[in-house]
Design a binder for this molecule. Sequence first.
Ligand code: ZN
Length: 65
Amino acid sequence: MAWCESCHQMVEDDEISDDGGCPSCGEPLEERRPVPWHFKFLLGATVIYLGWRTYQGIGWLIHHA
Ligand SMILES: [Zn+2]
């Protein structure tokens, strides 16, 4: 199920056209848009960075305890 901003109506999954657009107006439906790769990359980089900082923090605590 997706929402069409142009028609202001819900579109059932089996009514969405093959290219992910609205069957009435052809507008691309927001919910169907795939997540851009650079967003996934940024998310992964942030997780790795935070993991590294946590690892460093634990190491610091062990050496200064
Ligand atoms: Zn529409």
